[in-house]
Design a protein around this ligand. Structure first.
Ligand code: SF4
Length: 82
């Protein structure tokens, strides 16, 4: 299934998701993402594709990098414990 056909941002100006000053303006994009039916798929796509710019799946690039590192640490700990 192409999850992007259900994207809640299809009719929104893409500039909203790529704010010049992410800390100040990401809130508008995040509010749109909160109500999106494909938020999880969008987030996983952006993490897998290592998209570091813009708001995808409700997270900024920095937040996605942090989540990816956290998941990697957890996976390493699980592998070590096994
Ligand atoms: S989660 Fe946000 S960026 Fe992703 S498709 Fe939905 S509205 Fe668009």
């Amino acid at each position: 299934m192409n999850w992007d056909v259900e994207a809640g941002c299809q009719s929104i100006d893409p500039e909203v998701f790529f704010p010049d000053r992410p800390a100040d303006r990401a809130a508008a994009a995040k509010a749109i993402c909160r109500g999106c039916p494909v938020r999880t798929q969008c987030l996983e796509f952006a993490i897998d594709a290592r998209l570091d710019h813009g708001v995808w799946g409700g997270l900024t690039g920095a937040e996605r990098r942090s989540l990816r590192r956290s998941r990697q640490r957890r996976a390493r700990r699980a592998a070590t414990a096994a």
